[in-house]
Write a protein that binds this ligand. Structure first.
Ligand SMILES: NC(=O)c1ccc[n+]([C@@H]2O[C@H](COP(=O)([O-])OP(=O)(O)OC[C@H]3O[C@@H](n4cnc5c(N)ncnc54)[C@H](O)[C@@H]3O)[C@@H](O)[C@H]2O)c1
Length: 312
């Protein structure tokens, strides 16, 4: 144990399995105390099981860290408060929050139920808000904090197809990360996000892989994207990237989204307005149909339609 997080206390959601577990262990390996939060359900988010969180808390203790489990649902505002409260009450304060918990309920938009939409948005986006809301109040008071959220390549609809709920949630998390970072930076609190690629239950379950294969067949996913997903290295190989972002060494890194996997670290440039046409509306009034038609080819000069119409 290198001890670079000695004396720091962390809440990690989704820490019972996959990426969350690997992150909790990396933080514990560096000396942090951990609240291991996981409700233990299926990939679709049903059911409750205490075993994954209990097991990871045990594994954290083997590094000499203090660890306690919480089995609440991150989508519940009160449960989020309890998770942060448990860290403060048990360890004295909260320094680190990693919002990793997630589920997947893929359906094409025309088949998606309201429940599948609400639950995916609830766990990912509202869950990230719930924990961040409560942690940020404590972090602001102490003028120190590290928040790492988990977005996805899906945040810009990349690789999407049957995942509009998930893409919307992950895009929301990226946007939320930028906004929190700007609000909290002045208090010594950083907020960053990762878009991981790791072999986990969620990414490599047989039904998930079958879904990816269907997307390739339907032209919704490129074969190279598919290859990247099915050959993803285990989450333990990328977890130290998150641990680094949770350290004092990363005090200057705020409002960043990183691609993170065992074989890659990258930085996502935030979306920018690329080509802009300016006009004087005070003088010329509203846009006319003809003007729109004239200027669109300029602003779209490097654009490619990702989903052109397909003849039956
Ligand atoms: N694996 C990848 O390549 C990949 C890629 C992009 C994004 N992600 C994101 O990474 C995160 C972790 O995914 P993973 O691949 O490790 O999946 P996973 O299924 O292995 O782990 C997710 C964990 O979150 C827990 N969880 C789910 N809903 C919860 C809730 N409401 N409250 C508390 N805990 C809950 C589950 O019990 C599970 O242990 C997710 O947000 C996922 O969307 C993963």
């Amino acid at each position: 144990m290198a001890g670079r997080l000695n004396g720091r206390n962390a809440v990690v959601t989704g820490a019972g399995r996959g990426i969350g577990r690997a992150v909790a262990l990396a933080l514990a390996e560096e000396g942090a105390n951990i609240v291991v939060c996981d409700s233990g359900g299926t990939t679709a988010g049903s059911g409750v099981d205490h075993a994954p969180a209990d097991q990871v808390a045990d594994e954290c203790r083997r590094f000499g860290a203090l660890a306690v489990a919480h089995y609440g649902d991150v989508a519940n505002f009160r449960a989020g408060a309890e998770m942060i409260g448990k860290c403060v009450e048990t360890f004295g304060r909260i320094d680190i929050l990693c919002n990793v918990a997630g589920i997947d309920r893929p359906r094409m938009i025309f088949n998606m139920s309201e429940e599948d939409w609400d639950r995916v948005i609830g766990v990912h986006l509202k869950g990230t808000f719930n924990l961040t809301r409560h942690a940020s109040a404590a972090m602001r008071q102490q003028r120190y904090g590290r928040i790492v959220n988990v977005s996805s390549d899906a945040w810009l609809g990349i690789g999407g197809g049957g995942q509009t709920n998930y893409c919307a949630a992950k895009g929301g998390i990226a946007s939320f990360t930028y906004a929190v970072a700007r609000e909290m930076g002045k208090y010594g609190v950083t907020c960053n996000a990762i878009t991981p690629n790791a072999g986990t239950r969620m990414s490599q379950a047989p039904e998930t892989l079958a879904g990816f294969a269907k997307r390739v067949e339907a032209g919704l996913m490129r074969p190279d994207e598919y290859e990247l997903l099915i050959s993803a290295p285990p989450p333990e190989q990328m977890a130290m990237i998150v641990a680094y972002l949770c350290s004092e060494a990363a005090s200057h890194i705020n409002a960043c989204v990183f691609g993170a996997s065992g074989d890659m670290l990258s930085y996502w440039t935030p979306p920018v307005q690329s080509i802009r046409v300016m006009r004087n509306c005070k003088r010329d009034g509203r846009w006319t149909w003809e003007e729109v038609e004239r200027h669109l080819p300029t602003v779209l000069s490097s654009y490619i339609n990702p989903a052109p119409i397909k003849e039956k």
